[in-house]
Design a protein around this ligand. Sequence first.
Ligand code: NAI
Length: 462
Amino acid sequence: MADFDTIIIGAGPGGYVAAIRAAQLGQKVAVVEGRETLGGTCLNVGCIPSKAMLHATHMLHETHENFEKMGLMGAQPTVDWAKMQAYKDDVVSGNTKGIEFLFKKNKVTWLKGWGSIPAPGQVKVGEETHSAKNIVIATGSEATTLPGVEIDEKTVVTSTGALTLANPPKSMVVIGAGVIGLEMGSVYARLGTQVTVVEYLDAITPGMDAEIAKTFQRILTKQGLKFVLGAAVQSVTKTDTGATVSYKLKKNDSEASLDAEIVLVATGRKPYTAGLGLEALGAEMGPRGTIKTDAHWQTNIPGLYAIGDAIAGPMLAHKAEDEGMAVAEVLAGKHGHVNYGVIPGVIYTTPEVANVGKTEEQLKEEGRAYKVGKFPFMGNARAKAVFQAEGFVKLIADKDTDRILGCHIIGPAAGDLIHEVCVAMEFGASAQDLALTCHAHPTWSEAVREAALACGDGAIHA
Ligand code: NAI
């Protein structure tokens, strides 16, 4: 008899969700986690603390930008950095304790320590070896760095160090205009840091709808961020006052450098699978260090599964959560399923940026006939009332069938608005279905409906 039905390695959004669902489905479950707290990168040093910092600094920005316009007069708040950090830490500990509570409630055992898999069906934690009918690897990812660039998490930092700086720096160079670079860059720009983002490609946020990316860059530039695009970073050298970032411009091979107090390396993440013993087990690997799995998240070793950032697909907490639920269902003999065509992506800047489904660029490449309905937040009464009228909704539908193929939003609460489109897509809805759905007035959601109307006979307020 095995000690457990399922042992999950890693208590991030993939692992802890898999554990709770497996327990709900009647399994005896253990989760191996070596951190002091549950929740993985996302809760401890990623999504959640960064959202706290984004919220606090957005509030600060609002007082400077918009309070007087609304007749709110008086002294501007100043930043107590230690208190802001404490607020962020409280948010994190509230959430990690919440998962501990959920584990107890669902009778999930937490095996504290770092796990390895000495043989199929066995997980070693410290000196103890536990057996399980099935093992799920949910070990997530770690930040990548550039060749020769040494991270010390003090001067040259990843997102982890960027969340715990001793003070907001005077200047910061962010390497990489992806999600982490722009979210953390926004936090510090709002705190008065001079932020310069150096990006290898010729546009920010690679893979995003090009029109949205362009608008996003224009808005961020207005907020004070500087961009150097088409620049390959060659080296980062520490100096007495910070570090020097040297780069080569791709267009003419010219070299230049920037000095900054802090350098944030945000050039992507890679699967974290070190120490699991995968090589000795003979686990098949895919591209970029991912673990190869089949359609049911099973590796080539029977009973060994993998989910989340450690396997193929977007490195997103909610994609890992969905896979966690689905794999738990598979292990319980049910039909776990993830619709990889409908996974939203959100950047939590102000304004927020959100997307789901195909971009115009992808559809062009596929040679598909499509139509676009666009609506600017300038035409949305609610957005104008609260000084958040920048941006637009872009809905893309099949030219012939009107079926929704994708949606791209830059604007207020974009990260929430996107979900009505996700639901519509899950149900195979047409743009007209959305356009005929009554939307409360005055809400930001009306902009989504107007974009859907624009796919047909036209938006009303544009
Ligand atoms: P990313 O893949 O989003 O962006 C990395 C950027 O660095 C790219 O634009 C790339 O072209 C650039 N780059 C790479 N090498 C470079 C070089 N030598 N010089 C200049 N630029 C270079 O990676 P990021 O921002 O580090 O995020 C990592 C992962 O975490 C992503 O998968 C992201 O989706 C996820 N994440 C998601 C969040 C969200 O959903 N809101 C928040 C934070 C992270």
